[in-house]
Design a protein around this ligand. Structure first.
Ligand code: CTP
Length: 399
């Protein structure tokens, strides 16, 4: 599964760096091409000679090779890799990564990396539970990085607690799991709606909502990474899709979103309705700006927008699945179940605005997935990238 994968192994300065030698050996044995990038402190724990002998490549630590002036391009490295693994990630390296303090080659490479990043923290228990470390790890998660959580056990300080870097075999296992999911949705077509809709009142005003589209875009990226062909029907947002397997159709209003969805749906295996569609639109659009002084803005006649999820849900074929979202503030579970039934959905992803970190404009979400047969799965607070993976794992039948 890892054969031929190009991995950047980032090593920072902690005692667990000795385990990185075993990790490097396992990666090489699995057929990976590995470029080691080590921090200046990391070199105090293991020598570049050990690492370059095992990887078959010179180890990179400085921005330049002093005697030749050769520049090591972190940008090229960031583009070269299929994955970056930072093990061990010390409290200091984690803090720099979380805050963009680009003062060594490992951090500049991390900041330039386009590939998924796996971070294996290792530090003493007090550093591990310090609020700044906890916050920095949360920040890294919210950027979509994968945290390979530290284990509990005996630490270098001879104290016992959480802070041990996970064993090299476990880190390799995480990478294998990740790459194994890469073609899980091969040959599948997925339609995703994302973002808000804007319903124009006049040339300067509209009815809309706070949706940023982050959940829908995260779903599109994760589905594309798993090999699906994705049609992302997006309301007005400031996000862009990175994966070329995502076809983005930009729309403004609910009607436009419905038309685009109806066009793509016949081809789709799954439709995931993550958009926050405006429920109403002004009955008439005024070509001229409505003047405040002349009244007319207090009472704008509204009409109900079409329900896109319901339109697809009630007309889906036997092999198609439609998955909706429900953002609720009260009686959450019951409202979500009612919505799922009313709209003919196969599953509904519930998030409650009462949960801190859930809902619009955050990088995190806390969801419960409810299925048409009544069973449900509850997940803890996670980054939207991880939530996207949980949703696809749960709702898509794939081997
Ligand atoms: N939805 C849709 N078209 C609409 C309204 C909602 O496709 N016009 C979809 C959303 O994308 C979501 C699900 O239906 O997947 C539930 O959306 P929500 O706004 O929670 O439901 P509403 O039916 O609008 O119910 P209410 O606002 O009364 O809670």
């Amino acid at each position: 599964m890892l054969k031929g994968k190009r991995i950047i192994l980032g090593i920072s300065g902690g005692i667990a760096a000795y385990k990185s030698v075993y990790l490097l050996r396992l990666l090489i044995k699995a057929g990976c091409e590995v470029q080691v990038v080590i921090t200046p402190n990391g070199k105090e724990f293991i020598t570049p000679v050990t690492l370059s002998s095992l990887s078959g490549k010179p180890v990179i630590s400085e921005f330049f090779t002093a005697n030749t002036g050769e520049w090591h391009s972190h940008v090229d490295l960031g583009l070269w890799a299929d994955a970056m693994v930072i093990a061990p990630a010390t409290a200091s390296t984690i803090a720099k990564m979380a805050n963009g303090v680009a003062d060594n080659m490992l951090i500049t490479t991390y900041l330039s990396a386009k590939a998924p990043v796996f971070i294996a923290p290792a530090m003493d228990l007090d550093m591990m539970r310090h609020p700044s470390t906890v916050r920095n790890i949360e920040l890294l998660k919210s950027y979509g990085n994968h945290i390979i959580d530290a284990a509990t056990g005996e630490l270098a300080s001879h104290l016992s607690g959480k802070g041990r870097m996970r064993e090299p075999e476990e880190i390799v296992g995480e990478l294998e799991k990740f790459f194994a999911s890469g073609d899980k949705l091969k040959d599948k077509k997925i339609l995703i709606t994302a973002g808000p809709t804007h319903e124009p009142i006049d040339p300067v005003r509209y009815i809309g909502n706070y949706s940023t589209g982050k959940m829908g875009y995260a779903l599109a990226e994760e589905a594309a990474r798993r090999g699906a062909q994705v049609t992302l029907i997006s309301g007005p947002v400031s996000l862009t899709a990175n994966n070329p397997a995502i076809e983005v159709i930009k729309v403004t209003t609910a009607r436009e979103m419905l038309n685009a969805a109806q066009q793509s749906f016949p081809e789709a295996d799954y439709a995931i309705m993550a958009a926050a569609v405006a429920d109403y639109a002004p009955q008439n659009f005024s070509d001229c700006k409505i003047k405040r002084e002349k009244n007319g803005i207090e009472n704008i006649p509204l009409i109900k927008n079409p329900d896109i999820a319901m339109t697809l849900g009630l007309h889906k074929g036997e092999d198609q699945k439609v998955i909706g979202f429900a953002l609720e503030t009260d009686h959450e579970f019951q409202h979500a179940v009612d919505k799922m039934k009313r709209k003919g959905l196969d599953a509904i992803v519930l998030n409650s605005l009462r949960d801190p970190g859930a809902g619009f404009a955050t990088d995190t979400n806390k969801i419960t997935i409810i299925f048409a047969d009544g069973h449900s799965l509850e997940f803890p607070l996670k980054s939207k990238a991880e939530v996207a993976a949980d949703i696809l794992d749960s709702v898509c039948d794939c081997e």
